[in-house]
Ligand binder design. Structure first.
Ligand SMILES: *Cc1c(COP(=O)(O)O)cnc(C)c1O
Length: 368
């Protein structure tokens, strides 16, 4: 009997990357570059094979959240431009220089620290983030304008990128998108001439596909590469990448009125066949996804019954033939039939959280 497999299609990741590249060619900003966001171990899928795949299909720029993620990535992407969203924390500066990481600087205090380091070390690369409405990280608009007015603040520094981040890109109709776009353009129009050639970046996956206006010079694409839907309430333009399949461990016949799992919250409405599989919330199959949840056997949907437990999930296979469903039969927990965004909806969360929760008990298998 095979163990639980987490299979990751590198070919699909490459196809999804190409889809974003094509999207940047349809607009007027045909020079826009598609950069890959590979923070959190490439959204839980494994940064090494994914960065290698993306590099092969032409990705030259990467974003991570932490300095140590950049250090790890550097081994697999020796030539790449690597930006670090959180910037360089105190005492991390040397790591950035050693691995050629570019910090995204968000505040006057971190700018001052980086400038002091730069003067001492000669390593002067950085990016700037301006906050246009997310209110998470970045210079506030008035701070950014002060920065633009005082040449001394940025003197001697090598600015590779000016970026901002959309708060509602996944909601196509949300007017906040246009507001942020307008503010970003206004602020960028007030750059002094010596900064007018610095590349700009506003879009995540959703922003890239929203409209060409959002693409600017660099698109920072994450979730879509990994097959998650960048949009809420709109069909997913990206192809699924992840498949989790696990064998049935046991099948029991239970009487009508018998309950299944902790708390006995599900009772059999008829004589039922219940199959148990060895995946649970410790594997990232969120407990909250159980209620409406389904899995699939040979492409046929089968409901999850009873509470999801740490290591095991029960499913009702009464409607499937006993030949089709046996101990050892493979059950698709997520994949082509059971989309990660559907599981996310069931748990009232988003595909990002499903991916980054996948856990360490799976054998990750990559194929192209
Ligand atoms: C995570 C992140 C992205 C990528 O967003 P997706 O929606 O996954 O494409 C882009 N920019 C910033 C600042 C991020 O934190």
């Amino acid at each position: 009997m095979s163990a639980t497999n987490l299979r990751i299609s590198l070919e699909r990741i490459a196809e999804n990357y190409q889809m974003f590249v094509d999207a940047t060619k349809s607009g007027s900003f045909s020079s826009s570059e598609v950069a890959a966001v590979v923070k959190a171990d490439a959204y839980g899928l494994g940064v090494e094979p994914i960065a290698q795949t993306l590099s092969k299909v032409g990705c030259k720029t990467y974003f991570v959240a932490h300095g140590f993620e950049g250090r790890e990535l550097r081994a697999f992407a020796p030539e790449a431009k690597i930006y670090v969203f959180h910037g360089a924390l105190p005492n991390e500066e040397e790591l950035f220089r050693e691995y050629g990481l570019i910090p995204v600087v968000h505040s006057f205090s971190s700018l001052e620290r980086w400038r002091a380091f730069s003067q001492a070390s000669g390593y002067s690369d950085l990016a700037l983030q301006v906050d246009t409405g997310m209110n998470r990280l970045g210079f506030q608009p008035d701070e950014f304008l002060r920065l633009m007015e005082d040449d001394l603040l940025l003197e001697g520094l090598d600015i590779h990128l000016i970026m901002s981040h959309l708060a509602c890109g996944d909601e196509v109709e949300n007017i906040k998108n246009k507001k942020q776009l307008g503010l970003f353009k206004d602020l960028m129009a007030q750059r002094p001439s010596w900064l007018s050639h610095v590349p700009l970046s506003l879009a995540n996956s959703a922003g890239t596909l929203l409209e060409a206006d959002y693409q600017f010079d660099v698109c920072r694409v994450g979730i879509g590469l990994y097959g998650g839907n960048p949009f809420s309430g709109r069909a997913n333009p990206c192809s699924p990448v992840v498949t989790v399949e696990t064998p049935i461990l046991q099948i029991s016949e239970i009487e009508m009125g018998e309950s299944v799992s902790y708390g006995g919250r599900w009772t059999a409405p008829r004589l039922s066949r219940i199959a148990t599989v060895g995946v649970g919330y410790a594997d990232g199959y969120l407990r909250a996804a159980g209620g409406q949840g389904t899995v699939a056997i040979d492409g046929r949907r089968v409901p999850i019954v009873g509470r999801i437990t740490m290591d095991l999930i029960m499913i009702d296979v009464t409607d499937l033939s006993t030949e089709a469903v046996q101990v050892g039969s493979l059950v698709e927990m997520m994949g082509e039939t059971i989309l990660i965004d559907q599981i996310a909806d069931n748990a009232e969360t988003i595909g990002y959280e499903i991916l980054t929760s996948l856990g360490r008990r799976y054998r990750r298998e990559y194929f192209s």
